[in-house]
Design a protein around this ligand. Structure first.
Ligand code: NDP
Length: 686
């Protein structure tokens, strides 16, 4: 086909702070619905080694100089700027074959992911440059030597090689945790839809929000880029298993033990529970979900349902209901408002899908749709990559191979009947590891058995039923807060999952030292570290005055039987261990009546609190509360309160302070141990 190329824009790469064109012959990228040229692409001749050097020497130090909160605020500003420009992305997204709804997942789903990380970064990470991971591990009897895990950002560049189906989300869902961790990125979008990624990167660079070298873009092939990666770099890949395998075994990646995360083909399954017979709400939800997954993004989603596992006795009703629903899907040009499903990304992709349907036909028969004769409501029937939804049925799925092995990356699913619960789970597992499975049931036992059987084989499991019908986010929607990735065939990688993915771009190190030194290194006080007593109550100090290790040792207070009985009557907690001497003695943990744990915590607060108005604004909780030794009437309590961690908020006039609170009895035995969490003003009111 001859495509007019006059006035068609050539995409550029953004490398070492410059927008540059490839030196070779650029290839046209075509509109999926009309076949018109949208852009030209070529990245040959670009110095990729220099791109890596630029990321390592400019982007990495600039990002590592910032704290987690500063980087989170940067993501927030970026997300807000992109949201303002969203209509421009929607307009261009149509050329990829995406309807407005499809584009929403890609454009606003991507920007929303960025904003979600911006918010999590400020709420869940400290305002520091390194991250303390887990608790201190004492490594000596006298507490003179301890260990603490920390995480620091890797000093290289994260290379993100993305798939064609989500040109915006695919970039942003990886970029957000990368930048939050403090690592720069080189993004390489799939050529087919790179024009949309290029537009978004242009808008990102135009904002001037990112430091130099934090983001680079390759529009075209990556050339020799991977030859130059080292152990401080990370490579992520989304696409076909074949390319993924090739890249994973790339010499430089293997020799330098470069972290490689892969997300590839996945034969995701959905299972209809035996209870969800036709006529139930779960059956109806199942029909809606299968039809939605087949048609959203024309089935070009890594999480789409490829295998529909259903009780044999329900398959006839299932085919009938899906036929009715799928036949009503208006296929056409996504620019047309009436269109419910757009074309595939390219004619080549449609040929690929048609070939895979032929493979599936080795095991299954087509029961809905004709892959060779598209029925469209609008668009160019010759130049557009249209394909109507195709549903297949495989009568003997246990004996079949292709239906568990072939991914037709389009609006294609196969129904697989089952007789027993074990058989349903066995069929799902034949996918050899998937991103997601869903189960539609209102039967708790079936749900529990299914999750136990499917867990090791899937990165995410969604259970759909009537209770969550309105609020469920759907089988196919990865969420920023939940992990996305799967074992085996799905690539073995893991993305998203909130702060979990930030750690993929950081190195975990076990640091061993004397506690006071460890405390200096990590910025977190620990038992055995130095404490400071300057005569001023720490609650009188603003954030500007407070130091890690500032400590208060309180007076003692004796707990009486009257205190315990008063507390019991006052709160209504008359549990026998506090009120009945004989019953308490019979309890294996106590020698008689004991004080309530919450009485100990309340008395502790009474001992350490300074009551006057001051820089301490509020107590917003306690962490890790443990009652370690019973307190009997006559025992006395004493508290040591130590400033453990200070976390100033970038944009507020206060910050969080974490206090170590240790309550001991008259024998110096620890009776309670916890962290008190407070908000403290940055300065003292004069
Ligand atoms: P590919 O694996 O061919 O491409 C994925 C990405 O890898 C693209 O950015 C591509 O760039 C790049 N790439 C390809 N070869 C190399 C190489 N030698 N070195 C470095 N980068 C390379 O997948 P497609 O996007 O073409 O999709 C093909 C099939 O993959 C689909 O039909 C589907 O089955 C599956 N797929 C799975 C997805 C998932 O998330 N599970 C998502 C998308 C696709 P370029 O485009 O420039 O070649």
């Amino acid at each position: 086909m001859n495509v007019p190329l006059k006035n068609v824009r050539q995409l550029e790469s953004y490398v070492a702070g410059q927008w540059v064109r490839g030196a070779g012959k650029a290839v046209p990228l075509l509109d999926a619905a009309t076949g018109e040229a949208v852009a030209l692409i070529d990245a040959s001749g670009i110095d990729f080694k220099a791109a890596l050097t630029h990321g390592r020497t400019a982007g990495s130090p600039a990002l590592r100089k910032m704290s987690f909160h500063e980087r989170a605020l940067m993501l927030k500003a970026l997300g807000q700027a992109l949201m303002e420009a969203k209509e421009e992305f929607y307009a261009l997204s149509t050329a990829t074959g995406a309807t407005r709804t499809d584009s929403w997942i890609d454009v606003e789903g991507g920007i929303g992911t960025l904003l979600s990380y911006a918010s999590k970064g400020r709420r869940e990470l400290p305002n520091t440059r390194i991250l303390v991971d887990g608790d201190v591990e004492p490594a000596s009897r006298d507490n003179s030597f301890s260990g603490q895990h920390i995480l620091s950002p890797l000093e290289g560049v994260a290379i993100h090689i993305n798939a064609f189906n989500f040109p915006c989300w695919g970039m942003l869902e990886k970029l957000a945790p990368t930048l939050l961790a403090g690592m720069p990125a080189i993004v390489k979008p799939a050529s087919q839809t790179a024009y949309l990624t290029e537009l978004m990167v242009r808008r990102i660079i135009d904002t001037g929000i990112l430091p130099r070298g934090a983001l680079q873009l390759i529009s075209g092939s990556v050339g020799d880029l991977l030859d130059h990666v080292d152990c401080q770099d990370v490579v992520t890949f989304t696409g076909s298993a074949a390319t993924g395998r090739k890249l994973r075994t790339h010499r430089s990646i293997v020799e330098n033990s470069v972290r490689f995360t892969m997300e590839a083909d996945s034969l995701n399954a959905t299972i209809l529970g035996p209870d969800a017979v036709p006529g139930t709400e779960e059956f109806d939800l199942f029909i809606k979900e299968v039809a939605r997954e087949m048609t959203a993004k024309a089935g070009q989603k890594c999480t789409a349902i490829r295998r529909v596992i259903a009780p044999r006795r329900s398959t006839e009703a299932l085919i009938e209901a899906l036929d009715e629903r799928l036949s009503k899907t208006v296929v056409g040009n996504p620019a047309d408002e009436a269109t419910r499903m757009g074309p595939l990304a390219s004619l080549a992709q449609r040929e690929e899908v048609r070939a895979r349907i032929k493979d599936l036909q080795r095991d299954a028969e087509i029961v809905v749709g004709d892959p060779d004769r598209p029925v469209i409501a609008s668009g160019d029937a010759v130049a557009g990559a249209f394909l109507n939804p195709v549903l297949l049925y495989c009568d003997m799925p246990g004996a079949a191979e292709a239906v568990h092995d072939v991914e037709a990356f389009g609006p294609v699913s196969t129904i697989l009947p089952y007789e027993t619960t074990d058989e349903a789970a066995a069929l799902a597992r034949r996918g050899k590891g998937s991103l997601v499975a869903s189960v539609f049931t209102n039967d708790a036992k079936f749900a529990r058995d299914a999750v136990q059987a499917l867990g090791p084989w899937h990165g995410r499991i969604m259970i759909g039923n009537r209770a969550s019908a309105k609020s469920a986010t759907g089988h196919g929607s990865p969420l920023p807060v939940l992990v996305h990735g799967g074992p085996g065939r799905a690539g073995g990688g893991e993305e998203l999952g909130g702060i979990r993915s930030v750690k993929h771009y950081m190195q975990r190190t076990a640091v061993q030292a004397a506690p006071w030194l460890l405390s200096e290194v990590t910025g977190r006080w620990m038992h055995g570290a130095k404490a400071r007593h300057d005569g001023m109550h720490p609650f009188r100090k603003s954030l500007a005055e407070l130091e890690i290790g500032d400590q208060l040792v309180t007076a003692s207070r004796t707990v009486t039987l009257e205190d315990i009985e008063h507390f019991a009557e006052f709160t209504g907690d008359t549990f026998y261990a506090h009120m009945d001497e004989e019953a308490a003695k019979a309890n294996p943990f106590f020698e008689g009546r004991v004080a309530h744990g919450y009485l100990i915590v309340s008395f502790a607060a009474g001992l350490f609190v300074d009551p006057a108005p001051g820089p301490v604004l509020a107590n917003y909780g306690v962490d890790s509360l443990r009652f370690l030794t019973p307190v009997n009437p006559g025992d006395s309590l004493q508290v040591t309160l130590t400033c453990k961690q200070i976390n100033p908020r970038e944009t507020e006039d206060y910050g969080e302070v974490r206090w170590d609170c240790t309550v001991v009895n008259q024998n110096a035995q620890v009776v309670a141990q916890y962290d008190v969490l407070t908000m403290v003003a940055k300065t003292r009111a004069s």
